[in-house]
Design a protein around this ligand. Structure first.
Ligand code: IPE
Ligand code: IPE
Ligand code: MG
Length: 257
């Protein structure tokens, strides 16, 4: 059984151009609740399966040469969920980091986070900050966790600091351009995502990376996050590679960055 599956994924891989792997892939990991519901299990079991799925996806991403993997783990809107679910999600995050951080570190993976990390409860906050600190000098795959993240909040936070710098005279209003605004975002150090994947069939971005997705290629799938495996990631990359990124230009006049 696994041989057939492996054969299938290897075939998929054959079609992938190793020289045109998207540098930055962002994933909206959605559908844990429905995955559990389908099995008549509590939502928490779905979240656990979702967290367990990270190992394979991070491993494949590193293996095929993705440089930045941004994972939407918890949005500011997710605080609207029942307290038991939120607590379970926070506990899973702490558990995951405690369990996996050594292996991630050994694999030269660097962890960073975007979002309002300092408003997280103390335990998850500490676990995230420790993971960032431990892996800060690593040079392999950058795993960027979007935690307590909202695209609009990010913009509000950026504009506030930008206005404050203008007021202080650190920045001249005439000099504000797209790059300046980009520099005030959580993602200042990162290139924009080349590919955005959303699982579970929802066709929206749910307040994710509003500024950064301006020219990102989107790939949607009905697969629920706990079922999203190597072959699906490769399929998304294959689809990405077949597309032509025009950036507003005409076909034969594209300047890739
Ligand atoms: C994604 O799965 C995980 C988080 C948003 C934290 P969901 O919990 O949203 O799963 P569905 O959408 O209810 O199936
Ligand atoms: C988006 O999923 C956020 C994460 C995956 C962390 P949601 O399940 O919260 O999004 P909506 O509510 O369906 O838009
Ligand atoms: Mg959802």
């Amino acid at each position: 059984m696994s041989t057939k599956k492996e054969h299938h994924s290897n075939l998929q891989q054959l079609h992938i151009d190793k020289n045109r792997i998207p540098k930055h892939v962002a994933i909206i990991m959605d559908g844990n609740g429905r995955w559990a519901q389908k099995r008549r299990l509590p939502r928490l079991v779905g979240h656990r399966a979702g967290v367990e799925n990270l190992r394979e996806i991070i491993e494949v991403s590193a293996e095929i040469g993705i440089k930045i993997l941004t994972l939407y783990a918890f949005s500011t809107e997710n605080w609207k969920r029942p307290k038991v679910e939120i607590d379970a999600l926070m506990n899973l995050l702490v558990e995951y980091l405690n369990k996996e951080i050594k292996v991630l570190h050994q694999k030269n993976i660097k962890i960073i986070a975007i979002g309002d990390i300092y408003s997280l409860p103390p335990k998850p906050q500490k676990a995230v900050l420790q993971a960032i600190d431990l892996t800060r000098d690593n040079t392999g795959l950058l795993v960027n966790i979007a935690l307590n993240y909202s695209g609009r909040n990010e913009l509000v936070y950026a504009f506030k600091r930008l206005f404050s710098d203008v007021q202080k005279g650190i920045l001249q209003i005439e000099n504000v351009n797209e790059k300046t605004i980009g520099n005030y975002l959580y993602t200042a150090e990162l290139s924009d995502p080349d590919l955005l994947i959303r699982t579970s069939g929802e066709l929206r971005i749910s307040n994710f990376l509003l500024w950064q997705l301006a020219y990102t290629e989107f790939w949607f799938t009905d697969i629920l996050w706990p079922d999203f495996k190597k072959e699906h990631l490769l399929k998304a990359i294959y689809s990405y590679q077949k597309r032509e990124r025009r950036y507003g230009a005409v076909s034969n006049n594209i300047k890739e960055e």
